[in-house]
Design a protein around this ligand. Structure first.
Ligand SMILES: O=C(O)Cc1cc(O)ccc1O
Ligand SMILES: [Fe+2]
Length: 500
C-alpha cells in the first residue's frame, strides 16, 4: 500500500480538515510503514535462524557459552548467575518414553511475577463447549473476515469449536486466526499445546526456548505452558502492504502430540523424526540494554497473558519472560515442513484409510484411539488399479475437521464458495460425507493412469469426540449455507438386470 489515506484494513479514512486531518491521515500510513519495517527486520531474523534436529529428543542449547550446567540440573549456584527452573509437560512419573520436561536457565525465575487478573477472552473459547448443541449436519465455513486494525495473533484467535474439558486435560479445540499486527505481549497456554497451521503469511515465533520461523506449508508446535510472542512476516505476495497472517490452530488439551508408531511400515516413513526442528537458545534481557538473538525489544513492562482453564489472565511483568539463556530437555517447541512428509499409499488397489497420513497423534487411554490426530494430504501419486481414487463415501465414529492450506482437495471440486484455502469443514461423528457429486462423476469416469496429486495441501484434525461449535461459529456469516447440495443429484445407477 502506498501513502494514501487508508486505514490498516484498507478502508478509506474519514475526511477532516486542516492539520488534525493531515495528522490523522498520516497516522495509518506511518503505522503501516512501521509494521512493514518491523516485518522486514523479523523476516531477516527468521531467514537466518539455525535449528536443532529431531523429535522428542533430549536437546540442549546455550546462547552464552558456559551457561548450561554440566553433570547436574540444579547446582548450588547456576553458571553466570542464572536461575534454574524445571518446566514439566508430563507428570514426573510418566513412562520415560513419554516423559516431557525441560530445564531452563534464566535471568529471573518465572515465579517472580505479580498477580494475574482476568482479561477479556475476546473470540477465544474453551472446552467444555456448551454454547450450542452438537450438530450432526455437515458444516463448512469460508475464511475468517478481515480483522480490525491492530489485531495481534492472540486477539486474532477465533474458536470454531471443540470437545473434552480443558480442566481435565482431555479433548481439543479448533481455532482459526486472522491477524494484522505483531504481538507486543507474551502469551502462554496452560490448557494445552498449540499446533499452528499457517495458511497465509509467515510467522516468527519468539519463544522461551528461542526463535522459530513458520510459513504456510509448515506447522509449529508450542508446548503447554511455554511462553511466546508472534511477529507477522507478511506473505511474499503482500508487496508493500502491512503484513497479515491467517491460519488454523489445534489446541490439544490431551497427551502431547507424538509421532505415530509405524508398525509394519518399518523403521522409516511418514513424518521422519529428523525433519522436526527445535530452536536454539536466544533470550531477551532488559537489564543490560540489549537483546541476544531474541531481538524482540524488551525495555520496560511486558504484558503476559496466560490461558488457564478456559480463561485469559493478564499480568504486567517488569521484565521479559523470554529470558532463558540456556536450556535442555524434551518439552520444547518445534517446526515441521509438511512437504517433507513421506507419503505412503497403495501400489495395488483401493483407497487406504487416511490414518496412513498421520503426522502427529495425541493418544488416549485406549490403544489406537486418538484424542486427536493431525493428518496431512500432501502431494502424492495415485496408481490404484480398478480403484475409485478420491476419498470414498463414509461415515466415521471419529469427528473430522478439515482445513486447506493451498490449492484444492481431491474430494471436493475446486472453486469459490466451496472448500477453499482458509476455510474449513466439519464432518462430525457418523455424519455421511465423501466426494461431492462433481468429484464422484469425474473419478468414476477417469482413465486410471498414474496420477500426481500436487495441486493442494489439505489437513485434518481427527478427534475421538464430536466437535461442538461455538455460538460464533454456528451463527457466523461465513458459515456456508447449502453445503448439503454438493451431494445432491447423485444419480441412481442401479441396474439389477446387469447382474452376471
Ligand atoms: O473426509 C475426508 O475427506 C477425509 C478422508 C480422506 C480419506 O482419504 C479417507 C477418509 C476420510 O475421512
Ligand atoms: Fe472423512
Amino acid at each position: 500500500m502506498t501513502g494514501d489515506a487508508r486505514t490498516r484494513n484498507g478502508t478509506e479514512a474519514p475526511r477532516k480538515t486542516g492539520e488534525a486531518a493531515r495528522e490523522a491521515s498520516e497516522a495509518p500510513r506511518k503505522a503501516v510503514e512501521a509494521s512493514r519495517k518491523t516485518a522486514e527486520a523479523s523476516r531477516r531474523t527468521a531467514e537466518a535462524l539455525t535449528y536443532l534436529s529431531g523429535f522428542g529428543n533430549e536437546h540442549s542449547s546455550e546462547a552464552v557459552p558456559g551457561a548450561l550446567p554440566h553433570g547436574r540440573n540444579s547446582p548450588q549456584r547456576v553458571p553466570l548467575g542464572l536461575y534454574a527452573e524445571q518446566l514439566s509437560g508430563s507428570a514426573f512419573t510418566e513412562p520415560r518414553a513419554h516423559n516431557r520436561r525441560s530445564w531452563l536457565y534464566r535471568i529471573r525465575p518465572s515465579a517472580a511475577h505479580p498477580a494475574f487478573t482476568r482479561a477479556d477472552n475476546g473470540t477465544l473459547r474453551s472446552a467444555p463447549f456448551t454454547e450450542t448443541v452438537p450438530d450432526p449436519n455437515r458444516l463448512r465455513w469460508d475464511p475468517l473476515p478481515e480483522p480490525a486494525a491492530g489485531t495481534d495473533f492472540l486477539a486474532g484467535l477465533w474458536t470454531l469449536g471443540g470437545n473434552g474439558d480443558a480442566t481435565r486435560r482431555t479433548g481439543m479445540a479448533v481455532h482459526l486466526y486472522h491477524a494484522n499486527s505483531s504481538m507486543e505481549r507474551v502469551f502462554s497456554d496452560a490448557d494445552g499445546e498449540l499446533l499452528i497451521v499457517p495458511e497465509h503469511g509467515g510467522l516468527l515465533l519468539r519463544t522461551e526456548f528461542g526463535l522459530l520461523h513458520v510459513e504456510p506449508g509448515h506447522v509449529a508446535l508450542i508446548p503447554r505452558g511455554v511462553r511466546f510472542r508472534v511477529d507477522l512476516l507478511g506473505a511474499a505476495s503482500d508487496g508493500g502492504q502491512s503484513p497479515t497472517a491467517r491460519g488454523y490452530v489445534c489446541e490439544n488439551y490431551g497427551a502431547p502430540f507424538r509421532l505415530p508408531d509405524l508398525g509394519p511400515i518399518g523403521a522409516n516413513g511418514l513424518a521422519n523424526a529428523r525433519d522436526f526442528r527445535a530452536p536454539v537458545a536466544a533470550y531477551e534481557d532488559d537489564g543490560d540494554g540489549g537483546d541476544h538473538g531474541n531481538d524482540g525489544g524488551t525495555a520496560g513492562q511486558v504484558e503476559v497473558v496466560n490461558k488457564f482453564c478456559g480463561n485469559l489472565w493478564t499480568a504486567l511483568y517488569d521484565h521479559s519472560p523470554l529470558d532463558v539463556v540456556a536450556w535442555h530437555g524434551s518439552h520444547v517447541p518445534y517446526v515441521y515442513d509438511l512437504r517433507l512428509f513421506n507419503v505412503m499409499g497403495t501400489i495395488s488397489y483401493d483407497h487406504p484409510d487416511p490414518s496412513i497420513f498421520t503426522v502427529l497423534t495425541s493418544p488416549s487411554d485406549t490403544p489406537g484411539l486418538a484424542g486427536v490426530d493431525f493428518v496431512v494430504f500432501a502431494p502424492r501419486w495415485l496408481v490404484g488399479e480398478d480403484t475409485f481414487r478420491p476419498p470414498y463415501f463414509h461415515r466415521n465414529v471419529m469427528s473430522e475437521y478439515m482445513g486447506l492450506v493451498e490449492g484444492a482437495y481431491d474430494a471436493k471440486a475446486a472453486g469459490e464458495g466451496g472448500f477453499v484455502p482458509g476455510g474449513g469443514s466439519l464432518h462430525n461423528m457418523m455424519s455421511a460425507h465423501g466426494p461431492d457429486r462433481e468429484t464422484f462423476e469425474r473419478a468414476s469416469a477417469a482413465e486410471l493412469r498414474p496420477q500426481k496429486v500436487d495441486d493442494g495441501l489439505a489437513f485434518m484434525f481427527e478427534t475421538r469426540w464430536p466437535v461442538t461449535a461455538t455460538a460464533q461459529a454456528a451463527r457466523a456469516e461465513h458459515l456456508q449455507t447449502g453445503y448439503d447440495d454438493v451431494w445432491r443429484g447423485l444419480q441412481r445407477h442401479f441396474r439389477p438386470a446387469d447382474r452376471r
